[in-house]
Design a protein around this ligand. Structure first.
Ligand SMILES: CC(C)(COP(=O)(O)OP(=O)(O)OC[C@H]1O[C@@H](n2cnc3c(N)ncnc32)[C@H](O)[C@@H]1OP(=O)(O)O)[C@@H](O)C(=O)NCCC(=O)NCCSC(=O)CCS(=O)O
Ligand SMILES: Cc1cc2nc3c(=O)[nH]c(=O)nc-3n(C[C@H](O)[C@H](O)[C@H](O)COP(=O)(O)OP(=O)(O)OC[C@H]3O[C@@H](n4cnc5c(N)ncnc54)[C@H](O)[C@@H]3O)c2cc1C
Length: 406
């Protein structure tokens, strides 16, 4: 494992220190299912919101790797806090800092540095893994765009101020491609034309997940996010930015699994049966050994992905997908085994182990499922498209034939 610099160690230690407070409120946030505003205020005061915002925009201009160190510490204690740190440093804010106009960057930087956790709106009821099948449309009307559509499972829906909406851009009656549209909530309620309805979820209950409906939502042209390459490449460039958040999601999975493992280590030494610590039973000792191996392997992939930022400034697509698949699958196994070490006590809702198990379940689904990301890894290592639609390979072959004939 790569050594940390002094500055990186200090940053991690600062996060570790504040994560004690995060741990103290994690069970209450889970039970109340309330967004942990007081903890977010503490994270904001300590400078953990907007770490990756460049200095010229008022942020500290730290790297994705720095953010990953912070996210892991919070996630060990409180996975909801870890997810807040992801979206306050990656995803929508990363895309806006990379592609945004000066005015867009200013709006985003001010909101996030003041404690906002932005929301990214990609998924739709009929377009989950097949995200490019999205139906939400933004139709140009003079200097504005009018958005209609439905998004689902939007993290922070109803609490986030900054929204990055993926939608099909339609200009002069013609569809141009998928683009990003920025909506910043200024007042208390949702913006006109946007409503949020909470979805009850299995884990990470302090974080609202929401269906977001947009009906005649007006976005000025000045709030269209225009990545290089034009509309036709819009989705791909926005996904370049999203690779950062994939690494963030992988880090939360890693962190919460590491938190569960720490609890399991303590319990295995303290609990006695048959007159000796349960850690002495090989069945458990090997379970703990496997957990430690999987955690170190996941951390190595997460760190490698976080440090892989290429010329576009975002983590590498292949490294991000590999890290996310590994950490998401690992977190399910490790949290379950950590609960097993605790026996019945781990099954009690008075113990954090059951929360770790519920919280871990998300990461093989959200941010690209474990299956879809394996296909992305395969595409990258094989250097070929693996279309998932029924006619996809036929269309690829036809395209190759046309190219050969020209
Ligand atoms: C990409 C998929 C939606 C599959 O759809 P398609 O088969 O239609 O798309 P492709 O032809 O593979 O890709 C279109 C276009 O985009 C580029 N692309 C795709 N993925 C990436 C990426 N990760 N990095 C960079 N570029 C990317 C691709 O090269 C094409 O570009 P060109 O047209 O060639 O220029 C599907 O595979 C997929 O990713 N599904 C998962 C959707 C997803 O991740 N949703 C996340 C929603 S947000 C969320 O869940 C938050 C949770 S969290 O806590 O973070
Ligand atoms: C807690 C949580 C938070 C989320 N936050 C956000 C957010 O902030 N913003 C946002 O836009 N979205 C968010 N999502 C949505 C998330 O990105 C989607 O759930 C995810 O992309 C999968 O889509 P789906 O749930 O519709 O599953 P589906 O795409 O319907 O998949 C169902 C099953 O089929 C499998 N499958 C589908 N296609 C293939 C294939 N080609 N090959 C193999 N298997 C396949 C999947 O792996 C899965 O097991 C969140 C989801 C959750 C659970």
């Amino acid at each position: 494992m790569t050594e940390l610099t002094d500055a990186e160690s200090r940053l991690r230690d600062r996060a570790r220190e504040l994560a004690r407070e995060a741990a103290a409120q994690a069970a209450a946030a889970d039970r109340s299912e309330q967004y942990p505003w007081p903890m977010v205020a503490r994270m904001q005061q300590a400078g953990f919101m907007g770490l990756t915002i460049p200095k010229e925009m008022g942020g500290p201009g730290l790297s994705y790797f720095d953010a990953v160190l912070v996210i892991e510490e919070f996630s060990k204690a409180c996975a909801v806090c870890g997810r807040i740190a992801v979206e306050a440093n990656m995803g929508a804010v990363g895309a806006i800092m990379a592609y945004g106009s000066a005015a867009q960057k200013k709006i985003a930087a001010e909101l996030v540095l003041a404690g906002d956790k932005p929301a990214i709106l990609i998924t739709e009821p009929e377009a989950g893994s097949a995200a490019t099948d999205m139906r939400t449309r933004a139709v140009r009307r003079g200097d504005s765009w009018v958005i209609d559509g439905d998004k689902t499972w939007i993290t922070g829906g109803g609490v986030s101020r900054l929204h990055l909406i993926f939608a099909r851009a339609v200009e002069d009656g013609e569809e141009k491609g998928i683009g990003g549209f920025i909506v910043a909530r200024t007042g208390e309620g949702m913006p006109d034309g946007m409503t949020a309805e909470r979805i009850p979820s299995m884990g990470l209950r302090g974080m609202p997940e929401a269906n977001i409906a947009m009906r005649g939502l007006v976005v000025p042209d000045s709030m269209v996010l225009r990545p290089p390459g034009g509309w036709a490449r819009g989705f791909g460039r926005l996904m370049d930015a999203y690779n950062g958040q994939r690494v963030g999601a992988a880090t939360v999975a890693l962190g919460l699994a590491a938190g569960a493992y720490d609890h399991a280590l303590v319990r295995a030494q303290a609990r006695e049966q048959f007159g000796r610590p349960i850690a002495e039973f090989q069945g458990l000792a090997w379970m703990l050994a496997d957990m430690s191996i999987e955690l170190e392997a996941s951390r190595a992939l997460v760190w490698r992905a976080a440090r892989s930022a290429g010329p576009n400034g975002f983590p590498d697509r292949l490294a991000a997908a590999q890290a996310k698949v590994m950490a998401a699958d690992m977190a399910i196994r490790v949290t379950n085994n950590a609960l097993q070490v605790w026996g019945a006590a781990g099954y009690s809702r008075e113990n954090p182990m059951e929360r770790y198990v519920r919280d871990a379940r998300m990461f093989a689904i959200a941010g690209g499922t474990a299956q879809v990301l394996r296909t992305q890894v395969a595409e990258q290592i094989l250097g070929r498209k693996l279309p998932q639609t029924r006619g996809g390979f036929v269309r690829l072959a036809e395209k190759a034939e046309r190219a050969a004939a020209e």
